[in-house]
Ligand binder design. Structure first.
Ligand code: XMP
Length: 510
């Protein structure tokens, strides 16, 4: 394992990704993590991340200097490099020239870090402070025109520091540098693969759970499905999965989840389906404000889950399908502003009697969760399911939610998905769905005046769902879906295509 110590930089997830791309397992920990915990992990290497602060200011994140004495190789990146220099007796101050963007760096290719790297190489820089003097015992191994200390090292102590960001792809040979660090300096074997993650996790869960009882909230989404199957492989029928059908799922989705995980399905677990549709519709009556709707659905979900849990009685463990980006997005790892309150993170049931939480996917990225899912033998259509928000169709119906509107959007959405799949576009766009606008307008059908709703179709391409582009779909697909929706879905007389990207829009409408 390589440990990434997070000091709040924006590229920290990327560092973990790059290391794992070297087939070396890597976990991210906050700089607030106790050093005893780090010792317990016995990492082969440690990477300090970047961060927005200045090391010489009083309240800036730091780490106990004991870390330098463990004999574990450390690579400091940007803020991390400055912190290392600052703590070990070098000097960090405001840079006379701020470097930002792609900068040519002259590196000493004798350094273990820069083996096989070109002597002049383009690196990504983003810093206001700089290392004006290296710490005693350190040697400078890279420089730029404006930055005399772009990299330093103490070979004996295996301490390395770089001012630039090797994890960013703009650093042309960054991957080489990181692989040099994990292979040459840390001596990692590079034999970590998804199947070892799956095997190790099953073993670890089995050890942790023993004969205990485990409870899991299953939504049918990728994350909770993978978590549930992993647990089921580890502890079988000691696991109970509760699936709350809130009446805001896509067409037939409830039955599909039941078919896979229920008694007729292929997994060893106890499956409980709660049909709570009416309860949710009741709570949502007359509510129009998006955040209010999200809160109500989130809270009601927890209440229903709690009631079900109460019937089961005390359990030892509660499983959460949290994945790494959730940890960051919900503000646990990062500082980002809340644009929307995501309901499946942060909200924990208060009244469920459990001792401990298990989050087997906490350190995985989405594509890694999918790989783990395939390893576990979960059907592909489940593993490659497009994202679906926790509040479900509740936030795809603008304004008040009613059972009738749910039905309309379910039908329209099913048609839209079918047409996109038929045209072979389902793998080319990352998320696509129908939403029901709160707009009614005049139309004419069979010589009759109509005054009905408009459906909005959406399809976006994105890599990380933080930004997205509206997909330029062939008109044929949109046209065909439009006429089917008008013909097959009652009370819809108009279909619109959403051409907005994110930003300025978001992917969902609420
Ligand atoms: P937005 O609408 O914020 O969505 O651009 C970005 C991605 O997140 C999904 N999304 C959610 N996922 N719980 C979730 O698990 C939620 O409450 C939630 N809200 C939005 C959305 O579908 C898109 O993929």
């Amino acid at each position: 394992t390589v440990v990434v110590l997070d000091f709040g930089g924006q590229y920290n997830q990327l560092i973990a990704r790059r290391v794992r791309e070297c087939n070396v397992y890597c976990e991210i920990y906050s700089y607030k993590t106790d050093i005893e915990k780090i010792k317990e992990i016995q990492p082969k290497g440690i990477i300090f991340t970047g961060g927005p602060n200045s090391v010489y200011l009083e309240d800036s994140p730091a780490y106990t200097e004991e870390i330098y004495k463990l004999g574990i190789p450390i690579l400091g990146i940007c803020y991390g490099s400055q912190l290392m220099m600052h703590q070990l007796g070098g000097k960090v101050e405001k840079a006379p020239v701020r470097e930002y963007g792609k900068i040519e760096v002259h590196v000493n290719t004798d350094s273990a870090l820069f083996q096989g790297v070109s002597p002049k190489t383009i690196c990504w820089m983003s810093h206001n402070d700089y290392i004006s003097k290296e710490a005693p015992g350190f040697e400078i191994s890279a420089r730029t025109n404006d930055c005399p200390v772009a990299a330093v090292e103490n070979k004996e102590k295996k301490l390395y520091a770089v001012q630039f960001h090797p994890e960013v792809l703009h650093t042309q040979e960054g991957t080489k540098m990181l692989s040099n660090f994990v292979y040459q300096v840390c001596g990692c074997a590079g034999d970590w693969k998804m199947d070892s993650f799956v095997e190790d996790s099953i073993k670890a869960v089995r050890e942790k759970v023993g004969n205990g009882k485990v409870l899991c909230a299953l939504s049918g989404g990728v994350d909770s499905s993978v978590a549930a199957v992993l647990l089921s492989k580890a502890v079988g029928s000691q696991l109970t999965c509760v699936f709350v059908d809130h009446g805001l799922l896509r067409k037939n989705e409830g039955d599909e989840v039941e078919a896979v995980f229920g008694p007729e399905g292929s997994y060893d677990l106890n499956f409980i389906r709660v049909n709570a549709q009416e309860r949710f519709y009741e709570k949502l009556k007359g509510v129009e404000e998006p955040e209010r709707k999200r809160k109500i659905i989130g809270e009601e979900f927890i209440r229903v889950f709690e009631e079900e849990a109460k019937k089961i009685g005390a359990v030892d463990f509660l499983v959460q399908g949290t994945i790494y980006p959730d940890v960051v997005e919900s503000g646990v790892g990062g500082e980002s502003t809340v644009i929307k309150s995501h309901h499946n993170v942060g909200g924990l049931p208060d009244y469920v009697d459990f001792k401990e939480i298990i989050e087997p996917l906490r350190n995985l990225f989405k594509d890694e969760v999918r790989k783990a899912g395939l390893e576990l033998g979960i059907p592909e259509y489940l593993v490659f399911r497009q994202p679906f928000p926790g509040p479900g169709l509740g936030i795809r119906i603008i304004g008040e939610v009613t059972a009738e509107k749910v039905k309309m959007v379910q039908e329209a959405d099913a048609i839209w998905r079918e047409e996109i799949a038929n045209a072979g576009w389902d793998k080319k766009v990352n998320q696509y769905f129908a939403a029901l606008t709160n707009m009614r307008s005049v139309g004419v059908m069979g010589d009759e005046r109509t005054y009905d709703y408009a459906i909005a179709l959406r399809a976006v391409t994105t890599t990380d769902f933080m930004t997205a582009e509206s997909a330029e779909l062939p008109w044929e697909i949109i046209g065909k879906a439009t006429s089917r929706i008008i013909n097959e879905v009652k009370h819809v007389n108009r279909v619109l295509y959403d051409c907005t990207g994110k930003p300025p829009a978001t992917i969902e409408m609420e």
